[in-house]
Design a protein around this ligand. Structure first.
Ligand code: ZN
Length: 126
């Protein structure tokens, strides 16, 4: 392979470039890039772990606040994962609102039909 820093040919297993001394292993490369966000911004596909995994959506769904925070933190560096977490949080909020509306409507009907007994029925749902 070739050194990414100076472009000279080095051994495939070399951890360091014998010509310029820059690190060649993947871990060292990631660490170096983490300290150079401007370099990442120039890459169309930044080499950060942006899996966009549905797991972030599930996390955002069950803990919307965490999903929102992850979305805000990742929206620049990990757009796909940020979107997954944000969508999960959004769906969670929508489901919560819909549930509240359903409970409110059903509860309202129960109270209207059954009076005080309906209030107890609503409380048992909640
Ligand atoms: Zn080099």
């Amino acid at each position: 392979m070739f050194c990414k820093n100076c472009g000279k040919e080095v051994g495939d297993q070399a951890a360091y470039c014998p010509f310029c001394g820059s690190t060649l292993s993947d871990d060292a490369e990631k660490n170096a890039q983490a300290q150079r966000p401007a370099y990442e911004a120039q890459q169309p596909y930044p080499p950060v772990q942006d899996s966009g995994s549905a797991g972030w959506g599930v996390l955002g769904f069950f803990i919307p606040l965490v999903g929102l925070i992850l979305f805000l933190v990742w929206k620049d560096s990990k757009p796909r994962s940020a979107k997954a977490a944000g969508v999960g949080a959004l769906v969670s909020v929508i489901v919560y609102v819909v549930l509240m509306i359903i409970i409110g409507v059903v509860g309202g009907l129960m109270v209207a039909k059954q009076g005080v007994n309906g209030v107890a029925a609503v409380l048992s749902i909640l």
